[in-house]
Design a protein around this ligand. Structure first.
Ligand code: ADP
Ligand code: MG
Length: 691
């Protein structure tokens, strides 16, 4: 569609924001609205109010100050009430040529009274030149409730407003794809009307509702954006359920093995979640389940129980971990629980030699391995299972959707269990993992002592170190962690190396200090980690590579340096590395000077040990993109909806989408919706919703 006022330059700007068509522009929602509808004659203006004035330029000056030229322009306006109003602009010399005497303008701004000169003024009012031949523009930037847009390159909010006015003024009939039943039930305005009101709300619309994005028009547009995403997710869930997977049998023998394998009594939450998993596994549809649980809540053992169900049914299980260290750790853990019941557990990671890998692959293919634990190496093409029945993916937020798929394709639609220790706020879980069923372990194993978290400044480092020394002398171990700033891992490595030098030679010459970071070779990492595990290394200096999953129960102190540079969820993960044994554990957050938000973030950690609460706060303080922290986070790019502001609309959309897909009014309607999502929304969400 050709839009007047959009030339090639402008089109480039708009493209930068993903706005390529008129339809794209229509979904470019204002981020704020201003009420400029208070039009008054000058003689009725009250100082302090925001008002719009229609007046004519009488005189324009460019006053000069003694020393500096501030580029000030002063224009005197007069209207029918014959009173004067002075508009002032700094650094705006060009206005002298625009506001020539006789020009009629609409001015919008805050009215002030200059007692010294006895005149009414407006500082930097927004204005609009009123030309008779351009009637259609009159009253666009003033005299109404105006939308305020985020600028796109050189395309300012004013230009954006003009472009959108032109488009919305010639809106053709728009096909309203939202199912009529839903539109009626939720009393949603029609698409065309809602689109227009989103950009140019009618006079008299409640400004608080507008800026809270809860007018009927806004509600509809937000709802619609979420609704089609959730419809896509629901269709995908439906497709997955329609496939035939494995129907695992849950007989007494299976139950007996699970019991034999368990090293401790499971918590209520673990039992409940295993029940949910077992039910999925026993059903013929393939399982796609997300297992969320705070650090230390005991997800591993639940996953192991699921693996027992698979193995007892004659299938293999695969465990995919994001790093070598974690894979090694998972391997050791699982070997410990599985060997007593006679299962063969094998590792497969990138750091193994070709020969070792070949041996493992052959054993796997021959069905001699019951449980395979590995890293990405496990996804390589030549890794073949004898009979893969269950794929367990640990710390899912580090894996892309494609990797999930790759693993899944190694079996005849195996069941998939995805685990994450970063509690994901529900709103995000619904949008990223909307195609998964969710189980939550919301209870910690008994006898855990709460970890004491304290905040210290850099100036108090010496006390922090002597505390570490005392703990180590009492037989415990400590972590000291330095942040990795995403773009610059080598800086963090340098910081950790320098700290290691100092800590091992000057601060703790009497202790065994180890160094762990991402640039070490896999076998070096492995060596340091297992030395720490065996207690031979007492203080482990590290970058965030230890963030997830590491389990050394004797470690009781976690010192986080430059804690202000970490995300809250990340620190919570780090903190979860201690408090795993019987001893009282401590987390010490060391920071530089803090901003107000910084203080709030640290306070959240000191006061709360609830991972869900912390991740909600993190989400609120950093926003969804930062929270997930990766480019391929899988978060759809919403244009109108905002996950923080609109979570209740998301919930409504999800419920509506689920019942729409499960109980459509007619097959034809569902088919139409499927086509519509595929054609119109996949690109916008940047997701492969339905195959
Ligand atoms: P995460 O959920 O972080 O992966 P883990 O599975 O590593 O947690 O469990 C943390 C620790 O708690 C492990 O040392 C594990 O053996 C122990 N644990 C798990 N469940 C229980 C339980 N029901 N009773 C006692 N200890 C448990
Ligand atoms: Mg774990």
């Amino acid at each position: 569609m050709y839009v007047k006022g959009v030339g090639p330059k402008r089109a480039e700007d708009l493209k930068g924001k993903g706005l390529e068509t008129a339809a794209d522009l229509l979904t470019y929602a204002p981020f704020r609205y201003e009420d400029r509808s208070n039009v008054k004659p000058v003689n009725q203006l009250a100082p302090g109010e925001m008002a719009t004035v229609l007046a004519e330029v009488k005189v324009v000056h460019t006053p000069r100050f003694q020393r500096r030229n501030l580029g000030m322009v002063e224009a005197v306006f007069e209207d029918a009430s014959a009173l004067r109003l002075v508009g002032k602009w700094f650094h705006a010399q060009y206005l002298a040529n625009v506001l020539t005497p006789g020009t009629r303008v609409a001015l919008f701004g805050k009215v002030e009274f200059d007692t010294y000169k006895g005149e009414l003024t407006m500082l930097h009012p927004d204005f609009e030149i009123l030309r008779e031949e351009e009637e259609d523009e009159a009253g666009l930037h003033t005299g109404r409730i105006v939308p305020v847009y985020e600028a796109a390159g050189k395309t300012t909010t004013r230009v954006m407003r003009a472009i959108l006015k032109r488009i919305t003024d010639q809106l053709p009939e728009m096909e309203d794809a939202l199912p009529a039943t839903i539109r009626q039930r939720l009393k949603l305005p029609a698409l065309r009307e809602a689109t227009r009101d989103l950009h140019f709300p009618a006079l008299g619309t409640d400004l608080r509702l507008l800026n809270g994005f809860r007018t009927p028009a806004q509600f509809r547009m937000i709802f619609e954006e979420f609704f089609w995403l959730e419809t896509g997710m629901a269709l995908k869930r439906g497709q997955a359920r329609a496939e035939t997977g494995i129907r695992f049998e849950l007989n007494d023998q299976v139950r007996e093995q699970i019991k034999r394998m368990l090293p401790f009594k499971p918590t209520g939450a673990q039992k409940r979640v295993l029940g949910e998993i077992a039910r999925d596994m026993a059903s013929p549809a393939p399982m796609s389940r997300l297992l969320q649980g705070d650090v230390g809540s005991g997800k591993t053992i639940v996953a192991a129980q699921a693996a027992v169900i698979a193995v007892e049914n004659g299938y293999q299980a695969a465990v995919l971990a994001p790093t070598e260290i974690l894979a090694a750790q998972q391997f050791l853990n699982l070997k410990r629980v599985f060997e007593p019941i006679g299962y063969t557990v094998a590792p497969l990671t990138g750091s193994m030699t070709k020969k070792e890998k070949d041996v493992a692959k052959r054993a796997l293919k021959a069905g001699l391995v019951n449980v395979l634990v590995g890293t990405h190496a496990l996804l390589e093409e030549d890794v073949e299972f004898h009979r893969l029945g269950l794929a367990i993916i640990d710390e899912q937020h580090r894996f892309g959707v494609l990797q999930r798929k790759a693993l899944q394709q190694k079996g005849v639609t195996p069941d998939v269990l995805v685990m994450t220790a970063t509690p994901i706020p529900r709103t995000l879980a619904l949008t990223i993992y909307g195609d998964l069923d969710v189980s939550v372990i919301d209870e910690l194993p008994p006898g855990r002592k709460a970890i004491q978290t304290v905040h210290r400044t850099k100036l108090e480092l010496e006390q922090v170190y002597s505390f570490v020394l005392r703990e180590v002398q009492a037989g415990r171990q400590a972590y000291i962690v330095y942040p990795v700033i995403e773009e610059n891992e080598s800086l963090a490595v340098k910081a950790a190396q320098a700290a290691y030098q100092e800590l091992s030679t000057v601060v703790f010459p009497q202790l065994k200090v180890g160094l762990l970071h991402g640039k070490l070779k896999p076998d070096e990492k492995e060596a340091v980690m297992s030395a720490f595990q065996r207690g031979e290394v007492q203080v482990l200096v590290s970058t965030t590579v230890i963030e997830v999953g590491v389990d050394v129960p004797n470690a009781s102190v976690m010192v986080v340096e430059n804690a202000e540079r970490f995300g809250l969820a990340q620190i919570h993960q780090l903190r979860g590395r201690v408090g795993r044994g019987a001893a009282q554990s401590y987390c010490i957050l060391v920071t530089d000077k803090l901003s107000d938000t910084g203080k709030e973030r640290i306070r959240t950690l000191v006061e709360s040990s609830d991972g869900f609460h912390i991740s909600e706060m993190d989400l609120r303080l950093r926003g969804p993109g930062e929270f997930l922290g990766t480019k391929q986070s899988g978060l759809p790019a919403f244009r109108i909806g905002n996950l923080l502001r609109d979570r209740e609309i998301l919930e409504i959309a999800r419920a509506e989408a689920a019942s729409f897909v499960e109980r459509p009014t007619s097959e034809a309607e569902l088919e139409k919706a499927t086509r519509y999502v595929r054609e119109h929304w996949q690109r916008r969400y940047g997701l492969a919703l339905i195959g």
